[in-house]
Design a protein around this ligand. Structure first.
Ligand code: GA4
Length: 341
């Protein structure tokens, strides 16, 4: 069991309820893709079209990097609240945050570190040296997974014939001057419900439902469950939340809003949320967000558009979209105002 030595950091979080009734139904299968297998590009594209989410295995990242970050991060979160704040500053949006997400009133049963992960960034300069080193080593590795996945995505979209096509997404995020890469370390302590509260009726929100604004997100967690994705409904079945079984040896990849636009809706940005742990163990997750430079134009890639195809979105720059995102609530439909048809 993980000891939370500073309950003051999280103890006053209001218990936001997530209805659980919507979870009923057969277990949906999360696509699991071997990144080194011959058919990986087609499998990635298929998963991004249907769910906007998949699990990536055979990624080549040594387990030690994630384990080291996990243990350094847990040691950090066990520090007294004020020390955590002093070391990283309050999340505005970068820094240490507890309970509060963004600046428009969203709350969750978690504490976190949000760091800039750019190649030249000194995000978290005042963090303990061992944590900083673990963050840097892990970031380098997870960025590599993001690169591989973005190349597979492009190939799966049919852009793989030329080097330029295959690298078009990857180059917006990695090795691009001013691109916007971030690393988020989330700690969800166990949430013990007061006697008389029925856990079967509702869970406690760790991180409320939302889509990620970036191009791609790559998540790794410890063994504690909590992540759920929203399976979109259709004429025959309603939308429902599907739990994602944790797998510390794999990465989970999300399509972000910007990639939905870049592919003119072919790839779908996935709604997801986290429920607070029900047992005795904390959930610790680390997410790499790959965003482009502020000036990057976000509009359907010419190469993916069929002849005569119309853009579904009014174009914007990443800088504009990010600025607008920070004025929204977590669960808002941020692409809504940009939809054309
Ligand atoms: C969701 C994805 C990433 O975690 C994040 C989040 C950001 C924040 O926590 O600062 C936002 C959220 C996220 C989208 C809407 C705004 C901004 C909180 C919030 C209410 C770091 C990001 O880039 O967008």
């Amino acid at each position: 069991m993980v000891a939370i030595t500073a309950p003051s950091s999280i103890e006053h979080i209001p218990l936001v309820r997530c209805p659980k009734g919507a979870n009923a139904g057969p277990q949906a299968v999360i696509p699991c893709i071997d990144l080194s297998a011959p058919g990986a590009a087609a499998a990635v594209a298929d998963a991004c079209r249907t769910l906007g989410f998949f699990k990536a295995t055979n990624h080549g990242v040594p387990a030690g990097l994630a384990d080291a970050l996990e243990s350094r991060a847990m040691a950090f979160f066990a520090l007294p609240h004020q020390e955590k704040l002093d070391m990283s500053g309050p999340a505005r949006p970068l820094g240490y945050g507890s309970k509060s997400i963004g600046s428009n009133g969203d709350v969750g049963w978690l504490e976190y570190l949000l760091l800039s992960a750019g190649a030249t960034s000194s995000g978290g300069a005042a963090l303990p040296a061992a944590l900083r080193a673990a963050v840097e080593a892990y970031t380098g590795a997870v960025r590599g997974v993001g690169c591989r996945v973005m190349e597979l995505m492009a190939e799966g979209l049919g852009l793989g014939a030329s080097e330029e096509g295959r690298c078009v997404l990857r180059r917006m995020v990695v090795g691009c001057e001013g691109s916007d890469e971030m690393l988020r370390v989330n700690h969800y302590p166990p949430c013990l419900l007061p006697p008389g509260r029925d856990r079967d009726e509702c869970g406690v929100t760790g991180f409320g439902e939302h889509t990620d604004p970036q191009i791609i997100s790559v998540l790794r967690s410890n063994c504690t469950a909590g992540l759920q994705i929203l399976l979109r409904g259709d004429y025959s079945s309603p939308a429902r939340w599907v739990p994602v079984p944790p797998d510390p040896d794999s990465f989970f990849v999300n399509v972000g809003d910007s990639l939905q636009v870049l592919t003119n809706g072919r790839f779908r940005s996935v709604k997801h949320r986290v429920l607070a742990p029900e047992g005795e163990e904390s959930r610790l997750s680390v997410i790499y967000f790959g965003g482009p430079a502020a000036s990057q134009r976000i509009a359907p890639l010419e190469q993916v558009m069929r002849e005569g195809e119309q853009s579904l979105y009014r174009e914007f720059t990443w800088g504009e979209y990010k600025k607008a995102a920070y004025k929204t609530r977590l669960g808002d439909n941020r692409l809504g105002p940009y939809e054309l048809h």
